[in-house]
Design a protein around this ligand. Structure first.
Ligand code: MG
Ligand code: MG
Length: 263
């Protein structure tokens, strides 16, 4: 069932999502070779709690195993999603996707940004750029009267035309009082197909795009998802609301990119 949100609820969602953006900006400040994803997790958890929210991912149930043990997902290089923070230092040339969720005043925020550690190759930079562009192409398709398939088709066309792979096992989603609500929002699809997009809908759009083949597998920890060919993957995510006949991006990369541009 798709829960449409009121204007007041959308403002609560915006607050939760801006806190996610602020948290990711704190992480942007510390990204460099030698830093561990466990250190990033500690900073994120403390920042979220200091701002009166709960890190939604901590203890998140897993249909395949134990609950998620950390407050952010940190997916390095060939890890596509759901990487568990650990004590391995990041190295020059790595990329790390940091996915963060907050629960604030009863509503959820969810956003992800893929960071470069030091200097990365032009090939990898191009993948990150294309994935972020695809996210905005998807968002631009999220208008009342269109369909969820229009979002997926827009993301898919922008990535496959550059030769990249679309991960199909994981998808975007409705979001509100629950982190994952209906409808599912795949990064592929056909225009004119799927649920109708309506005013009041809040969804997370999150392309997960691979440099090579999009086939993935789960590690024995029952969380970490990697590409089978060992090539890198990128992941960018915004939570948006559709209201007043338009899309409205509730999360923000603005502070993240301000921090990154200082370096
Ligand atoms: Mg997320
Ligand atoms: Mg999400």
């Amino acid at each position: 069932m798709i829960f449409l949100k009121t204007e007041d609820e959308i403002e609560l969602m915006r607050a939760a999502n801006l806190l996610v953006g602020d948290t990711l900006a704190e992480i942007a400040k510390m990204i460099k070779p030698g830093v561990t994803t466990a250190q990033m997790n500690s900073v994120a958890e403390e920042y979220i709690r200091d701002h009166g929210a709960v890190p939604t991912f901590l203890g998140f149930p897993n249909p395949y195993g134990g609950p998620f043990p950390a407050s952010i997902c940190t997916s390095v290089n060939d890890v596509v999603v759901h990487g568990v923070p650990n004590d391995t230092p990041l190295e020059e040339g790595d990329i790390v996707s940091v996915d963060c969720g907050t629960l604030l005043n009863g509503f959820n925020g969810d956003s992800c940004y893929t960071f470069c550690v030091g200097e990365v190759s032009d090939e990898v930079k191009a993948l990150l750029q294309r994935t972020k562009e695809a996210l905005y192409k998807g968002i631009e398709a999220a208008l009342p009267g269109k369909r969820i398939g229009d979002i997926g088709a827009s993301v898919q066309e922008h990535c496959t035309s550059a030769g990249y792979g679309i991960v199909k096992e994981f998808v975007g989603h409705g979001i509100g009082k629950e982190m994952h609500e209906d409808p599912q929002v795949p990064n592929y699809g056909r225009r004119g197909n799927g649920p109708m997009i309506k005013n009041g809908m809040c969804i997370a759009i999150e392309p997960m795009i691979t440099m090579g083949n999009p086939s993935v597998y789960m590690m024995p920890d029952r969380w970490t998802i990697k590409t089978r060919d060992g090539k890198v993957a990128a992941h960018f995510e915004h939570t948006i609301a559709v209201h007043n006949g338009k899309f409205d991006i509730l999360s923000s990369f603005e502070k993240i990119e301000r921090e990154l541009n200082k370096n």
